[in-house]
Design a protein around this ligand. Structure first.
Ligand SMILES: [Zn+2]
Ligand SMILES: [Zn+2]
Length: 204
């Protein structure tokens, strides 16, 4: 569990009970979360310190977001590296450092700046979203993607898209332009994610 916001934490108890799984989180997130009261199977990790789960080496790295101690993850098994990064307000050098060399990326493309501006949210919430501890815009995420593109990046999932303040077409177009600009022969496939549907499953 990356942080205590409801869209990440609310389902944890059900998932851990239904599948008999442990939940890994850090101490500050555990203490800040109202959803983990008396949850079974909690395992704590230290932020920025890698740990091992079976064959997976997992790095929980710190990101700027308005929760107690938000992290994102990289998962490595053998020579494969997967980076999962949502819920951050800005890209800092440690984020790029943690993610570089990823073969699969799950990347936040939260909002389009213009759609957010014109959208239905209250001014204070708009400011929170586009603030340095909020979420990445399509523009920010595209810049991040450009820094992470390399010939071994095979799959990119666009994630955490706002239904109110983004458009799948715009996000997809911006990401695919970045990939084509990197190389006309790039092997990187783009995938979308939804709140209510399962994304394409890939085998690597
Ligand atoms: Zn979130
Ligand atoms: Zn959040």
């Amino acid at each position: 569990m990356t942080h205590e916001h409801a869209d990440h934490a609310q389902g944890i108890k059900s998932i851990t009970r239904l599948y008999g799984l442990p939940c890994y989180t850090n101490e500050k997130t555990r203490k800040a979360s109202k959803f983990l009261d008396k949850a079974d199977n909690l395992v704590e990790f230290q932020t920025n310190e890698p740990f091992q789960v079976r064959d997976f080496r997992i790095l929980p790295f710190s990101v700027p977001h308005d929760a107690a101690d938000t992290v994102c993850f990289t998962l490595q098994v053998e020579e494969w590296k997967v980076g999962i990064v949502t819920d951050l307000g800005m890209v800092v050098p440690t984020v790029i450092e943690a993610l570089k060399g990823s073969n699969v990326l799950v990347l936040e493309f939260n909002h389009d700046l213009e759609l957010l501006e014109k959208g239905p949210y209250h001014t204070s919430l708009k400011e929170r979203i586009r603030g340095q501890y909020g979420h990445l815009s399509n523009h920010d995420s595209t810049l991040l993607l450009k820094q992470l593109l390399h010939p071994g990046l095979y799959h990119v999932y666009l994630a955490h898209l706002s239904q109110a303040n983004n458009s799948y077409e715009i996000a997809h177009l911006m990401a695919s332009h970045a990939i084509r600009e990197f190389s006309q022969d790039a092997v990187t496939s783009l995938h979308l994610t939804w709140q209510n549907y399962i994304s394409p499953v890939i085998t690597v």
